[in-house]
Structures are given as C-alpha cells and as structure tokens.
Write a protein that binds this ligand. Structure first.
Ligand code: NAD
Length: 423
C-alpha cells in the first residue's frame, strides 16, 4: 500500500468541505426550488452494517461498514470502497454525492455511491484483510449488484480487493456476475486502461481546451505536482505527445529542467530511488515553487488545497488541469478566473477513471471484450464531449468552469428525477 495514502485521506477530508461549500453556493445561485433542494439534500439509501470476522489470530472482531447510494436517478449507483480508520457514514454520503455529480458531468448512466469499512489495513495481515472484505460484502450483498450499485477501488483498496469482492458476491449469488464491481484485475474482466484512464481523460480535455485556442501539445511547458498513479501517467502521456514536462514533484520535493525532463528516465530513477528528487541534471525545487513555475500548464495531481488566496496570483500557467481532487480553494478559483487562467476542474478533469469503469461494466454485462482501440477512442469521445458541454455552459453563463460543471451535473440529475415523476 502507498505510504502517501494517509495524506490522501486527509486530502479527501478537505475535498468534502470544499465540494460541499461550493455546492451550497451553486444551489442558491441556480435558484433551485425547495422541492429540488430537499431531493438533493439526503441520500436515497444509507446503510451501516456491523459484521463479525473470525480473524487469523483466532479472535472474533466486529467491524463497522457503510454504503451510501446518494442518487440513482440516472442509473445504478457507482462509487468506490474505502478502508480507513476514520471512515464514517457522513463522509461516505458527501463523497457519494460528488460521485453522482461526476458521473452526470461526463454523462455516463450512473448515479453516485461510496462506502467503506472502519479499518486500518496497515494494522492487519493481508489474509485478515481478505476476511474483512468478504465479511463486508456478505453484509451488503443485498444492496449491491450490477443494476443497483457497483463498487470500485478507492483509498486503501486495490485490484486484489475487487477480486475478493467479486468472488464473495458470486459465491452468495451462486452465479457469475462480473459487472457487480469494477477495477478488477484484467484476468477477471477488468480493463487495462483503467490503470491510466484518469490521467488520459485529463489529457483529452486539456487537448480540447488547446484546440479551441488554436494551440497544440508541441513544445507546451508543463509542471506536474505529484508523481503517483495519476501524476506519473500524466507526465508519461504528455511527454509522449510532445509536451515539455519541465517540472515534477512528489512528497519529497521537486525537480526542474526548463529544457524538458526525460520522463522515461525520471520513471526509472523514481523506481530505483523511490523519489523523483536528485534526478541527474535537474535543478531542485520545492513543492511551493513548483506551483509558481514559469510554464504553460500546471497539473496538480497530489493533494487538495494547494492553490489558495496566498499563491494564486503568483501562478504563471495559462492552464490548470486539476487531476487531484479539490487542489484549488474557492478563493483561488475566483482569483484565477479574474486573471483569465483557464482552470479545468477536478469533477471533469479527473473523471476518466469512472468512464473506464463504465466501459468495464458494459463489457462485463455483454460478456464482451473491446479492442484497445475502441476503448481508447470511446474514452476520448466521452471526455471531449463532456468538455464541450461544460465549455458551452461557461460561454452561455460567463462563469467559471467549475461552476458550469456543477450546474450541468445538477441539471442532468434533476431532469432525470423530473422524468421519473419525482419532481
Ligand atoms: P498516489 O498515492 O498514487 O500518488 C500521490 C502522489 O502525490 C505521490 O507522488 C506523492 O509523493 C505525492 N505527494 C504527496 N504529498 C505531496 C506533497 N505534499 N507535495 C507534492 N506531492 C505530494 O495517488 P493518485 O492515485 O495518483 O491520486 C492523486 C490525486 O488524484 C488525489 O487527489 C486523488 O484523490 C486524485 N484522483 C485519483 C484518481 C485515480 O484514478 N487514482 C481518480 C480521481 C482523482
């Protein structure tokens, strides 16, 4: 498991308040009716389960788990499962709402869910983790399913845990149901592209933003904060497409080469030393300096609240691609908008992961295997169309892209509710 996950969890805790504050403002700006507000203010289903697990130590331990299906007007609920000691029903509920909005922005037929178990995976053995996973699935099996609610990986859960979920669910149902969970290993019906789909989806929306301005990737100078799953893949793909990735960082610090870093060599260096720092030939810089690097595109791909009222005026980039969740505070968002910096918000920029999950689910349902070509071209199509939808709303209402994305998502959800006769 990644040692940064505790930080990432705190990151998600911040995301909750940032996302919720933003939403409250948008609700009032949109002039929603009280019926609409009531409908959006509570999750459709919220379960808390307590389940006993006979651990390998011989002792029986009672665990608490949650699953929240916030809204399923547009399709089955979709969202990750998180194993963390601070997991709570309230946190799951807020993240489930954000999932519903993300799925609506990219217009895939899913609602939003989130769940988890109160457990620190570092404190127990891998075998016990499997027992906890299976116990949790036995407790929620009646509430999930390919047409009800489809879990996926999240903080501290991975492909192997998704494989255990699949196996336990299929034992209960006594039949194969691969579409009950996404993020599975490819051998069990997962899709390979999911491993880099968040970064690739972001690259597609950035490319569309450039295209609108008659620009392209050739020679574009990029700085990326974070070199984990998302940041590393973004660096690799942008480098392959002709960008100059001039600055990179991880939790230990950053590196800069104004002529462009050799990304495959940085990846090798990171693999052998555990960090990007001390990459031969590059200058060192701090994470704070990275955000203010003289570049064309800034890609926050690590933590939340990195751009705030104190540093937003010093950002030199013309474009910000939010691959991390909530890297920009509301105050910084305003400042960047006034300064004409194009900020592509997290809810759109990092939605490629859930789009790949949608492909996995579709293929599992039809017992099909798409070619890599088809998978990649559909991802591109969906991301570009989402960018155009959000961009169109921005032009109509002359607002920030984040606001336009939230409003578009809310409109789509409320429209589905209306068609169902719930409004
Ligand atoms: P990860 O754990 O693989 O990588 C995180 C990276 O951030 C690491 O390189 C780490 O060294 C770096 N980091 C940690 N603290 C830092 C600091 N103070 N300054 C600079 N870098 C720091 O995580 P990930 O999966 O790449 O996720 C990154 C972000 O993207 C998170 O905000 C996550 O919520 C968001 N996100 C991820 C996905 C996905 O598919 N993995 C999908 C949507 C959103």
């Amino acid at each position: 498991m990644n040692r940064n996950h505790d930080r990432l969890h705190r990151d998600e805790q911040d995301l909750r308040s940032v996302g919720m504050t933003e939403l409250q403002t948008i609700y009032s700006d949109m002039g929603l009716t009280s019926d609409e507000l009531d409908l959006l203010s509570v999750p459709r289903h919220s379960f808390t389960v307590s389940f006993p697990v006979k651990m390998t130590t011989g002792r029986t331990q009672i665990f608490t788990g949650f699953r929240v299906q916030y809204n399923d007007a547009r399709g089955p609920a979709k969202g990750g499962i998180r194993f963390h000691p601070e997991m709570s029903a309230e946190h799951a509920s807020e993240l489930a709402l954000l999932m519903a909005l993300k799925c609506a922005v990219v217009n895939i037929p899913f609602g939003g869910a989130k769940g988890g178990v109160v457990v620190n995976p570092m404190d127990i053995s891998r075998r016990d983790l499997e027992l906890v996973t299976r116990g949790y699935i036995r407790a929620i099996a009646d509430y999930i399913g390919p047409f009800k609610d489809i879990p996926a990986p999240d903080v501290y859960t991975d492909e192997q845990i998704m494989a255990w979920i699949l196996d336990e669910y299929e034992r209960i149902r006594r039949e194969h149901v691969p579409a009950v969970v996404t993020g599975k290993p490819p051998e069990l019906g997962g899709v390979l592209v999911r491993r880099y789909s968040t970064a690739l989806g972001g690259v597609h929306v950035l490319e569309q933003a450039l295209r609108e301005r008659n620009m392209d990737f050739g020679g574009l100078r990029v700085a990326i904060q974070g070199f984990g799953n998302v940041g590393e893949n973004a660096a690799r793909i942008l480098h392959e497409r002709g960008c100059l990735v001039i600055a990179l960082s991880d939790v230990n610090g950053g590196i800069l080469d104004p002529k462009g870093l050799d990304i495959p060599a940085v990846m090798e260096h990171q693999k052998s030393t555990g960090s990007v720092v001390k990459f031969p030939g590059a200058r060192e810089l701090s994470n704070a300096e990275l955000l203010m690097t003289d570049c064309d595109v800034l890609v926050p791909a690590a933590l939340s609240n990195q751009l705030d009222a104190n540093n937003a005026r010093a950002v030199k980039a013309q474009f910000i691609l939010e691959l991390a969740n909530a890297p920009t505070t509301a105050a910084a968002d305003e400042i960047l908008f006034e300064r004409d910096v194009l900020l592509i918000p997290d809810i759109l920029a990092n939605a490629g992961g859930v789009v790949a999950s949608y492909f996995e689910w579709s293929q599992n349902l039809s017992n099909d295997r798409w070619s890599e070509e088809k998978t990649l071209s559909r991802l591109q199509e969906i991301m570009i169309s989402a960018y155009n939808d959000v961009g169109g709303r921005c032009r109509e209402t002359r607002c920030r892209m984040r606001k336009a994305a939230y409003e578009l998502a809310l409109k789509r959800i409320l429209h589905a509710e209306k068609l169902r006769g719930n409004l």
